[in-house]
Design a protein around this ligand. Structure first.
Ligand code: HEM
Length: 226
């Protein structure tokens, strides 16, 4: 317990929590992106998948249990991720009584700036997204249990919303590029030789997630999914 607290209080401990909570969300977005592809198989397949998420584990556990476990893990991870980001930013600023004149390389400060502001934008998007497609509070014609219609109507009735989604997933792609890269550095996995490879992996994961997610609003806007 004491060791865990010491680790939590240290910069490296905070960075490790940041990386771990990020990896949990990273896993979720990959699964979510692949799940979204079901929309190209039609309404039945997409809605069935959504029902499956609610029923999974039943009758071993009551309906919705697994979904709620996932939701709680995601929420805790999100809170920890944001909290650690705030604390690390503070440490960064307060760790040095007199600021460096020329603190870091341009590249590093650009990456951390985009991580912070991009992260904030993604947080805003997730809250809106839940009100849009999960509770329906921000949807013009929400139908419970019919996510296919909710997506198609949501994007066709309000095309600007689709554009907003595309911009948001571009921010997510950028965040993941920088995030995966920085996580690999935190875990100390990089060295001169693996440097190029990891940068490539980070870039690829950002691009794949952007394209994979953007495909849905773009296809609805183009009338491919209707
Ligand atoms: C174009 C991109 C996206 C589309 C079309 C989309 C679509 C959806 C839909 C239809 C639902 C409701 C599913 C259901 O009720 O069964 C949902 C839920 C959700 N999405 Fe997305 N999503 C997108 C991107 C994202 C991104 C980028 C994130 C995270 C960064 C995200 C996080 C979530 C979360 C947390 C839920 C709630 C799951 C739950 O608790 O029920 N989504 N999404």
């Amino acid at each position: 317990m004491a060791a865990a607290l010491t680790l939590y209080r240290s910069t490296i401990g905070k960075k490790a929590i940041m990386a771990l909570s990020g990896i949990i969300w990273y896993g979720f977005v990959i699964v979510h992106m692949i799940g979204n592809f079901k929309i190209f198989e039609g309404a039945e397949a997409f809605n069935k998948y959504s029902h499956f998420l609610r029923e999974v584990g039943y009758p071993a556990v009551p309906e919705g249990t697994i979904l709620w476990v996932i939701r709680i893990v995601l929420l805790v991870s999100l809170v920890m991720h944001v909290l650690m980001a705030i604390q690390l930013t503070r440490l960064d600023v307060s760790g040095r009584p007199v600021a460096y004149k020329k603190k870091r390389t341009k590249q590093a400060s650009f990456a951390s700036m985009t991580l912070r502001y991009g992260g904030l934008a993604i947080l805003f998007f997730v809250v809106y997204h839940l009100l849009h497609f999960t509770t329906g509070a921000a949807h013009p014609d929400f139908e419970y249990g019919n996510p296919y219609n909710n997506v198609v109507i949501g994007f066709t009735a309000q095309p600007l919303t689709a554009v907003f989604y595309i911009v948001a997933v571009a921010a997510l792609g950028t965040h993941l590029y920088h995030g995966v890269w920085s996580a690999l550095q935190t875990l100390g996995l990089n060295n001169r030789r693996s440097d190029k490879l990891f940068r490539g992996v980070a870039l690829l994961s950002g691009v794949v997630l952007f394209l994979g997610f953007a495909m849905v609003p773009v296809s609805v806007l183009l009338g491919i999914v209707k």
